[in-house]
Design a protein around this ligand. Structure first.
Ligand SMILES: Cc1cc2nc3c(=O)[nH]c(=O)nc-3n(C[C@H](O)[C@H](O)[C@H](O)COP(=O)(O)O)c2cc1C
Length: 303
């Protein structure tokens, strides 16, 4: 029997495949399409203290090998998540990671406070890297001092493991990874989307309502692999790789480069069963390679 299980911050995941925040709803949307129990886990849409309507449309544009989004962190708010979604999610045997967001450090803490009182959340993923909001997200994520300060404050409050999701918009991914690790982060997610733009040449207008948005999908995979590799060499804590993963081969690239687990984002849109196919593909690879456990593959890259 092949063992795909991995461990992050004391949590055992039955396999390293997770749904990425913002592309997996609150998980329940996918329960109608796939067997959620098969997943290692998933990250919820970013939760803020108050519900948010998000940005004006159009909010999604297809690009070569990817897409641009400017959803603007639309969500039902942390309290509604706890009341309406969590009780239903507790039925499933998979880890729910709450993706947390605020417009100020205090707002992050408020969201954590709301979630702390409830059962069914395995860990927090702090989004300090969203390119789609004017303040909060990327300003903290770009600055190692700010990122460390927020991580420290959240760690003081949270009973659960804290995963910090890094932005690719940094001078050095190793520097920010080290700063956040020193502040007590239990793991890192690497990376969020990259700020991009697309122009309608006939209307001479931006294709996105918000002018710019986050680029995701296969187009960003090589950048994400490089950043996972650099972050994994810089810190001791586990890295969760994310960016353009659509197949088991993609997932394996990240794992071999240093990721303990991976998240699948944009691929869910064109193939809602992508996560399940990746899990099956990891089994097939281990079988073919005569590997009994996935763990020794983590960071096994030879350079
Ligand atoms: C429509 C959309 C919404 C997203 N919303 C969030 C979010 O709320 N919080 C967050 O941390 N990341 C969010 N992300 C980023 C993804 O979780 C992921 O980091 C990124 O899309 C790269 O992975 P991919 O190329 O597999 O999509 C969002 C991405 C997309 C495409």
């Amino acid at each position: 029997m092949i063992d795909l299980s991995v461990e992050i911050a004391g949590i055992r995941f039955k396999n390293p495949v997770l749904g990425a925040s913002g592309t997996f709803g609150y998980g329940l949307e996918f329960a109608e399409l796939i067997d959620l129990n098969r997943l290692g886990g998933f990250c919820t849409k970013g939760l803020s203290i108050e519900p948010l309507p998000g940005n004006a449309p159009p909010r999604i544009v297809e690009t070569h090998g990817g897409m641009l989004n400017s959803i603007g962190l639309q969500n039902i708010g942390a309290r509604a998540f706890v009341q309406e979604k969590l009780p239903l999610l507790r039925r499933y045997d998979t880890h729910v990671i709450a993706n947390v967001f605020g417009f100020s450090p205090d707002e992050y803490l408020e969201v954590i406070r709301v979630l702390e009182d409830s059962e069914g959340v395995a860990a927090y993923e702090l989004n300090i890297s969203c390119p789609n909001v004017k303040k909060g997200g990327m300003e903290i994520g770009n600055d190692p001092v700010e990122a460390a300060r927020l991580t420290e404050a959240v760690k003081r409050l949270a009973r659960r493991p804290v995963i910090v999701k890094l932005s690719p918009h940094v001078r050095s991914i190793a520097e920010i990874a080290r700063a956040v690790e020193a502040a007590g982060a239990d793991a890192l997610s690497v990376i969020n989307t990259i700020l991009g733009m697309s122009v309608d040449i006939y209307k001479r207008r931006p294709r996105l309502g918000a002018t710019m948005g986050g680029l995701s999908g296969p187009a960003i995979k090589p950048l994400a692999v490089r950043m996972v590799f650099e972050a994994a060499r810089a810190v001791q804590i586990p890295i969760i790789g994310v960016g353009g993963i659509a197949t088991a081969q993609d997932a394996l690239e990240f794992i071999i480069a240093g990721a303990t687990a991976i998240q699948v984002g944009t691929a869910n849109y064109y193939d809602p069963a992508a996560t399940i196919k990746i899990i099956d593909g990891l089994h097939a690879y281990c079988d073919e390679q005569k590997i009994e456990q996935i763990r020794p593959l983590i960071g096994s890259l030879e350079v």
